[in-house]
Write a protein that binds this ligand. Sequence first.
Ligand code: F6P
Length: 503
Amino acid sequence: MSPDARLSTIRAQAGRLADTSLQALLAADPARARDFALQVGPIYANFARQRYDREALAALFALAERAGAHERLRALFDGEKINLTEGRSVLHTALRSDLSAAPVAREAHAQALQARTRMRALAGALTASDITDVVSVGIGGSDLGPRLAVDALRAPQPGRLRVHFLSNVDGHAAQRVLAGLDPRRTAAVLISKTFGTQETLLNGAILRDWLGGTERLYAVSANVQRAAESFAIPPERILPMWDWVGGRYSLWSAVGFPVALALGMDAFEAMLAGAAEMDAHVLRTPLPQNLAAWHALTAVWNRNGLGYATQAVHAYDERLKLLSNYLQQLVMESLGKSVRTDGTPVDVETVPVWWGGAGTDTQHSFFQALHQGTSIVPSDFIGVVRNDSPYVDNHRALHANLLAQTEAFAHGQASDDPHRAYAGNRPSTTILLDALTPRSFGALLALYEHSVYLQSVVWGINAFDQFGVELGKQVANRLLPALAGQAEADDPVTRELLLRLRG
Ligand SMILES: O=P(O)(O)OC[C@H]1O[C@](O)(CO)[C@@H](O)[C@@H]1O
């Protein structure tokens, strides 16, 4: 059965509830506040403010069963070549969990452990040296995860090594990162799965020249030979990756080296342990009690049942302010597809636009549109129970705002003055971490990874390729000679723009 045929039951459920407000759903079934919630290790999630009822939820779980959610999860963990368009296994779970008896998954896990041993040794040596700063050079999946983890989990005071991130090909980015650093006390880690990414190669060359040689250059790559040849980095300073780890799922591999440098190897491993806890839950738990299934099916409901075109994530914790950037790649590079795995067009809407930021700042930028704009934007609100700052009143105010926004979105407020009326009926999920620790952080990211995969299973698309980003890269390479004045562009608008850009 095609995803479209399967989703017709979901559309029928949404049609049945079309005139039922969220407020009415909550009034008719107050127990849903407790029943539509799950606790998995350090993560609690409450879905009671979504615009479905128990019958619609049952239809959603039946949809996931019919799509083979359990079998597909097993296939992921067992290293089946589920990335069909590239003929690859997808084994990021093997980087942190040992939940499969399949030989390919066991082999991947063993390789991951070996790499971790080498990573610990390299991190130890760097920490013991007179290096004070490390620049991590990478982009996309080779940057967003470690950047987020370091920013989220670092102590208020800088650790033994200060880690900086350089991703953008814009030379101003390199200029800013290097300003104030001492080349004699700085090392650089070039992270690139392919070692063929323009941004990382150009920025890597800037770092090599600025450091005055390759002595303090390290690399992480699945293409060890290329890393060794192009930057003369000896193999003992290159940590491995493998083609069975997708870039946006690679934080758990040596791509997390900057995390180990900034926070220590123990913190990195605690993050992996948190993710492993979520892996075990997702793999072993029946769908109606499975947190990733709830999260994924809620996304499907909002996209295909209710037709919402965007989805926001609001982190009510300053330390998680980069989460929405990270999730944009995870979700939109994975699910931004319009053909099914077999190449036929998808006949349903797939990924919504993902965006967000950190509350309460966002309340003073785009929340007006969320409350009164014409588009409804379902939102994940993420809060952290434990306060690790000395400012208790602020933490209470932060929590008050988180609760207030989700309540106001749900209920709205009537007024005779249309300008002062709030329609409400805006769905949200509230996710609470008991504290922001490497463990809870790892579990949260793994939850989103599994949710993304389950959405792809329902839609019948491949979540693990990203051919969409290739075309722009090819055109950019073709245009480089034109920018140097050595060629002309074919496209008339590009030609016109080149006149200005060449100065
Ligand atoms: O690690 P690499 O090979 O440099 O690639 C970086 C990023 O580029 C992409 O291929 C496209 O943005 C991502 O999937 C990947 O994370």
